[in-house]
Design a protein around this ligand. Sequence first.
Ligand code: NIG
Ligand code: FE
Length: 414
Amino acid sequence: MSRLIIKNAAELVTCKGGPKHGKNMSEIGRIHDGCVVVEDGIIADVGTTDEVLSKYDTDDCMVIDASGRAVLPGLIDSHTHLIFGGYRADEFSWRMRGDTYMSIMERGGGITSSVRATRNTSLDEFVETGKKRLDKFMAMGVTTVEGKSGYGLDHDTEIRQLEAMKKLDEIHPVDVVPTFLGPHSVLPEYKGKEEEFIDYMIEVMKCAADNKLAEFADIFCEKNVFTVEQSRRFLTEAKKLGLNLKIHADEMVQLGGTELAVELGCMSADHLLQASDRGIEMLSESATIATLLPATAFCLKEEFARGRYMIDSGCAVALATDFNPGSCFTNSMPLVIALAALHMNMSIEEIVTALTINAAAALGRDSKIGSIEKGKKADIIILEYPSIHFLPYHAGVNIVEAVIKNGEIVRSNQ
Ligand code: NIG
Ligand code: FE
């Protein structure tokens, strides 16, 4: 049996308990002078250093002295578009000159442009760039990443994106949770034939589900992309296949995707910049996680989602990067944290909950990850400073000093 002990943590933040709604998001289970014991990659004990060390012999195990440091669960990025070919730096400049994201999309740029590049990218190339991307996530304390397909929009490329994520999950310390996002955009040849395209994507999804290549299904429910009705049809088929559901909802235009997410029991509804008061009320009474992506609003120069209002209304909020080649080419956790604090008025306790246990629930994994509790995977990070308050305060700077995944130190930034 291998044992690791992390002791003397100035602040040990456990995030214990299940996903948290509303004011409970501030309950982060803080222990001063904390200690964690890990056995064979699983958390075996948690408490104050005095209390825990009295029960264990430290002779034959690895001991990390976390004096002057905060220790918390590994961060979980529950919404990314991890695998794609090519880049769209030109579009970023066009947007800075006044073009909108949707106008670029309507003239054949946007997702369509990434689809062209992604179709020309091999599995090996996806895996090679995927590894580098995951290394960057890991350096910022991320131990689980969700990744979506959606830049193939045909059978072979969608499946290849999912296969790349499966491979990455096997070879990289960071866990990768794969999502099928076939209905991500309507290519020019399918304009006016959206129903036919959804039928096609349902067939691809069956192949993905049969081959266990996807855990989630997702759709871009948006004006000029897919309607609420089309989204309902696609997600209902996904549910029949045993997939968990996510939805890109009410990002640019208030269509009612938030309400649909609750109606269908989606594990998360994502973006939500334009979510209605009624949609937010429905979310607050449901188990659906409201996943907010402040870096996307920032990069598109949009108003931020109403995070403060959602939490005050009793929603369970998660935060994620939305890393993708178009609307948000950043996987910076420090940026997400700074924006959530400064532009959505979230407290650091709420932010930590949103990036750990609530994000785990958005991935249906809250019984295994997202908190430092007996029986969970030992996915743990150590900060260079004594308290989580340094996360937003040291704005935009990575202060993760060490990353422990399944009880092994997989990254040291010392
Ligand atoms: O979540 N909104 C739709 N999908 C992505 C953007 C994809 C892209 O622009 O390539 C998002 O922001
Ligand atoms: Fe997205």
